[in-house]
Design a protein around this ligand. Structure first.
Ligand SMILES: [Zn+2]
Length: 383
């Protein structure tokens, strides 16, 4: 009889109410009986199994036919996988690197493996391991070159560091400096670097080259792309003479300061491309026309691998009517060890005075112990 039916009868008649009260007791008694019966039924087929795990060794009872999982629940045993840990910080690289395993008796088992009485379940937890390491030697770059050179700079030398790193994580466990890097520095030697701008000139570059050859001096030529296009054979002579090339933009653009990046790319990147187009070496230097600089101009040159070149000494050979003595006096008045010297082999003017001044200055400087080099030089063996 459903409870709702009993309720409706009880409210219908006092006699029925008594009957139904008896029925309620009867139901309770029946329920108690069934409960006892079920308890007895469940108690009977229980089986005892032994669970052995890390720090645990216990007998538990489970229903017959239940699997390993039930035994582990009864015994409050969990499986713990071994983790892979990083070499330096110990962070977890793989939480399941060495999975826990189960055995029943002497056989491998799974959580679903059904148990029988008195079997032994063993939980073998995984072991934590630390990743392996490897030893490597890495190159350590020296400090970068200055943004702009006014003096001859001695190139830096990379250093070497040996370090032990985690194979998986890359974490550095230890490191040892084998060789400290040597940073670039402005030279202190008595040297100067001659630079010639605005060529190549079909007329004057060869004359300058002849003078340099006569004096045994190497120099740097900052050439304008459109002139290289017009006289690539002259640029080739510069290279053949053992001199270095420098990018001076495509059109001697003096309007690049504050100009859009596209213009810088066209003038500076375009200037570099002209050399390559004529199978000339990629220039190592960039000289801004008119000496006009901005961070963007320097960054554009740097991105091309070109060192921005300024000067310490402006010979002012570009001034109208400048004669050889005036030019060489400008030069000698300002020269100091490492000075980068600005002169011109191109630009459409008569360069006879420049060539004469060049010869005078080389002789004068040489007599005072100066040597001649490029704007970036190797560091001398003994510093
Ligand atoms: Zn120029």
């Amino acid at each position: 009889m459903a409870p709702s039916e009993a309720m409706s009868r009880r409210s219908a008649h006092p006699v029925l109410r008594l009957v139904s009260t008896c029925s309620v007791f009867g139901l309770l008694a029946a329920a108690a009986f069934v409960g006892t019966y079920r308890y007895v039924e469940r108690e009977d087929p229980l089986v005892a199994v032994r669970v052995v795990g890390t720090g645990v060794d216990r007998w538990v009872h489970i229903d017959s036919g239940e699997p390993v999982a039930a035994a582990l629940l009864e015994a409050h045993v969990t499986q713990v996988d071994g983790q892979l840990l990083s070499a330096q910080s110990g962070r977890v690289l793989d939480p399941h690197h060495d999975p826990a395993t189960l055995r029943v008796g002497d056989r491998p088992a799974r959580l679903a493996t059904v148990l029988t009485a008195r079997q032994v379940v063993r939980v073998v937890d995984g072991a934590d391991t630390t990743e392996g390491t490897r030893t490597e030697v890495i190159e350590v770059a020296p400090a970068p070159m200055p943004d702009v050179l006014r003096h001859v700079q001695e190139r830096g030398v990379p250093g070497k560091t040996q370090r032990v790193v985690g194979v998986e994580s890359g974490e550095v466990v230890s490191s040892k400096v084998l060789l400290s890097p040597i940073d670039p520095r402005q030279t202190t030697r008595k040297v100067v670097a001659f630079t010639f701008d605005d060529g190549p000139s079909a007329t004057w570059t060869a004359v300058v080259l002849a003078k340099l050859k006569e004096k045994g001096v190497k120099a740097t030529f900052c050439e304008v792309g459109q002139e290289v296009d017009a006289h690539p054979e002259v640029s080739a002579q510069v290279v053949a003479g053992g001199h270095q090339l420098c990018n001076h933009t495509v059109n001697h653009d003096e309007g690049m300061k504050g100009a859009p990046q596209s213009q810088l790319d066209a003038q500076i990147g375009g200037g570099a491309k002209v050399f390559v187009d004529h199978q000339l070496p990629n220039p190592a230097y960039f000289r801004p026309p008119g000496g006009l600089l901005s961070p963007e101009i320097k960054a554009t040159a740097r991105a091309l691998g070109e060192q921005t070149l300024y000067w310490k000494v402006d010979t002012e050979d570009w001034r109208k009517g400048a004669d050889a003595l005036t030019i060489s006096r400008h030069l000698l008045d300002q020269v100091d060890p490492g000075a980068i010297i600005l002169m011109h082999d191109g630009g459409g003017k008569d360069r006879a005075a420049t060539v004469e001044a060049l010869g005078l200055a080389i002789d004068y400087l040489r007599a005072r112990g100066y040597a001649f080099t490029f704007p970036i030089t190797k560091r001398p063996a003994k510093a």
